[in-house]
Design a protein around this ligand. Structure first.
Ligand code: COA
Length: 258
């Protein structure tokens, strides 16, 4: 069986990392398959949202594969870091919502994978951490960059320098996750959110993602200009006419993504 299972049901692509015997640790094969999967999903018109999760009930992803990491030398480690970063960058830049459905341990590369997703939803048993310093390394798939941007420098440095795990309540408090469900309700809760997003204007979702993602990389004044440009683009869309027409006619909108 493949290390990545992809199942698309009614416009939601469910991607499950499947190495349960290694707590879904990210080896080179998983990273390559994630990259291929996202390259396809980006242009797949049958898919409007993506959910990533881990196989089994214990782990989302327990990190990069330590057996593989141990073999790296300086040059190959740098290459590996850049390659992993590129895969996660592709995920972050997806023009449709990507949700991390965190069903257990999200450690090291697993936490970094969740950070690259647009939204993180977790089960009550989920645990987050960047334990790399306990292995004598630092996070290498974007953790030192995305975590401080998401939760602030002080809290990020606490996690990065201590290597300690945080439970889901702490993760919610710090803004690392936005919704929590009992394990048995995680999938239904995630699907409900995905279906809500799918009922919204697809062009609006795409532009909201780039306004936030690219805007965060700009000075605010430039970000505001960028927001106004995207707002202008949407005003010329069929989706805007449909969304506003549907509201005024008191009926559900039928968006076409145009
Ligand atoms: N890379 C490779 N293998 C891993 C792994 C990783 N990141 N995380 C877990 N595994 C493997 C274990 O080696 C073990 O394999 P084995 O059965 O062949 O010995 C199997 O997954 C189950 O893990 P185990 O440690 O026995 O489970 P546990 O319930 O006792 O502990 C964790 C769970 C998550 C706390 C523990 O596995 C752990 O600390 N993992 C490493 C986390 C980490 O440092 N990640 C960052 C890597 S950069």
């Amino acid at each position: 069986m493949s290390v990545l299972v992809l199942e698309t049901v009614d416009r939601i692509a469910w991607l499950t990392i499947h190495r349960p015997e290694k707590l879904n640790a990210l080896n080179a094969e998983v990273l390559k398959e994630l990259d291929c999967a996202f390259a396809g999903l980006e242009h797949d018109e049958a898919v409007g949202a993506v959910v990533i999760t881990g196989s089994g009930e214990k782990a989302f992803v327990a990190g990069a594969d330590i057996g593989e990491l141990r073999e790296l030398d300086s040059a190959s480690a740098r290459r590996q870091g850049l390659a992993g970063q590129a895969v996660f960058e592709r995920i972050e830049r997806m023009p449709k919502p990507v949700v991390a459905m965190v069903n257990g341990f999200a450690l090291g590369g697993g936490c970094e994978l969740a950070l690259a997703c647009h939204i993180r939803i977790a089960s009550e048993n989920a645990k987050f951490g960047l334990p790399e310093v306990s292995l004598g390394i630092i996070p290498g798939y974007g953790g030192t960059q995305r975590l401080p941007r998401l939760v602030g420098k002080g809290v990020a440095l606490d996690m990065i320098l201590s290597g300690d795990m945080v439970n889901v309540q702490e993760a919610l408090r710090m803004g690392l996750v936005s919704r929590i469900f009992p394990a048995a309700e995680l999938k239904a809760g995630t699907e409900k959110l995905a279906r809500t997003m799918l009922s919204r204007g697809p062009l609006a979702l795409r532009h909201a993602l780039s306004a936030v993602h690219q805007g965060l990389e700009m000075p605010q004044e430039q970000g505001l200009q960028f927001e106004a440009a995207l707002f202008g683009l949407l005003a010329a869309s069929e989706d805007m006419k449909e969304g506003m027409g549907a509201f005024l006619e008191k009926r559900p909108a039928q968006f076409k993504g145009r």
